[in-house]
Design a protein around this ligand. Structure first.
Ligand code: ATP
Ligand code: MG
Length: 332
């Protein structure tokens, strides 16, 4: 039983522990387990009842997602409890197996949040479109002149919906196995083209953009690399107040990897948000970011692209001292 990777706890008919494996200490870190009664070891009422049902009625029970507060934080377990019988069939105890389902539970929560977020993001522009269309239809039926600004508002919201749906489709194709077309890319030429493409956007906000490269080549999918750079530069531009300094820098930290760093001297990102920034729809300042037309999918797309390249992306930032996003590509 010690070799089983799930925590185990067996008790006798008096509810005193008969046996537990070393893994069980993840759940209950107590040297005295062996001397305590079951309900002193396990607080969850349903689990204690499961043991009782096994001991007194010979029943097997399975309890989904039981929560435990462990040293590493909250964990969830699927608990299966069965009676222990002698060869003559007499019950002498009960055995509980605690199977860790924390990752599953988190994935489930993420799915629920995702659906809620998508629905909300879809509904907001749809509500506007519906409102303006109804007004226009009223105006037409009453013989009033049509307000041009309503049509513009409909067009704006339609574009927003299209962008959102395109980003969502893009994410799902990155998650399923759309193939990357990796080629050798000349960093200098490639970056120059993208900076040129964004030039007017930078000029509008009077940002100064600098460029530096110690690396000549990177092994990447050009379309995807462009998305990464455009997304990160767009964020740097958008979230830095007018007259900011933005830089794009290619470096080789080791013979195995190539890095591109996109830095700005904007407001920076508080530590508590940094871990969640790359989640879909996560925005530090929801109202402000939505106002700027973003959907909060940009960094999620960047993360997926970097993962598909066998690389990674992270942020270094502190409030008041700007942000640097670093993308690391395997050298080959
Ligand atoms: N350079 C930056 N400086 C400060 N905050 C940033 C920076 N880059 C990203 N953020 C924060 O991270 C959030 C998530 O960025 P992300 O690019 O995923 O979404 P978005 O820019 O809001 O929308 P989208 O990119 O989909 O148009 C932003 O809303 C913003 O709060
Ligand atoms: Mg963005």
């Amino acid at each position: 039983m010690s070799a089983i990777s799930d925590p185990l706890l067996a008790v006798d008919i008096h509810n005193s522990p008969l046996f537990y494996n070393s893994k069980f200490n993840i759940l209950v870190d107590d040297k005295e387990i062996g001397r305590r009664r079951l309900w002193k070891v396990i607080v969850d009422h349903e689990v204690v009842q499961g043991y009782q049902a096994a001991l007194t009625q010979g029943l097997s029970t399975s309890i989904k997602a039981v929560q435990f507060h462990t040293a590493t934080g909250v964990m969830f377990f699927l608990v299966t409890i069965s009676p222990l019988r002698r060869s003559n069939g007499k019950i002498y105890g009960a055995l509980g197996v605690f199977h860790d389902v924390t990752a599953l539970k988190l994935a489930e929560q993420m799915r629920i949040d995702f659906v809620a977020n998508v629905s909300h993001e879809l509904r907001t522009p749809l509500t506007s479109i519906k409102g303006y269309t109804d007004t226009l239809m009223d105006d037409v039926s009453q013989g009033r002149a049509i307000e041009e600004k309503f049509i513009h508002a409909i067009a704006r919201n339609t574009t927003r919906l299209m962008n959102l749906v395109e980003d969502l489709l893009d994410l799902s194709s990155l998650e399923s196995d759309g193939v990357l077309q990796k080629v050798e890319i000349e960093t200098e030429e490639f970056s120059a083209r993208i900076l040129k493409q964004l030039q007017t956007t930078f000029e509008k906000k009077k940002h100064t953009v600098s460029y530096h490269a110690d690396v000549k080549m990177v092994w990447a999918d050009p379309r995807r690399l462009e998305q990464v750079l455009v997304n990160l530069l767009d964020n740097a531009c958008k979230y830095t107040p007018e007259g900011g300094k933005i830089s794009l820098q290619w470096t080789a930290q080791s013979p195995e990897s190539v890095e591109v760093r996109i830095s700005d001297n904007g407001p920076g990102i508080p530590q508590e948000h940094q871990g969640r920034l790359f989640e879909r729809f996560y925005r530090v300042d929801k109202a402000r970011s939505r106002e700027s037309g973003g959907t909060g999918l940009g960094l999620a797309i960047v993360k997926h692209i970097m993962q598909r390249h066998g690389g990674s992306v992270w942020v270094e930032s502190a409030p008041g001292s700007g942000s640097t996003f670093i993308c690391q590509f395997p050298a080959r």
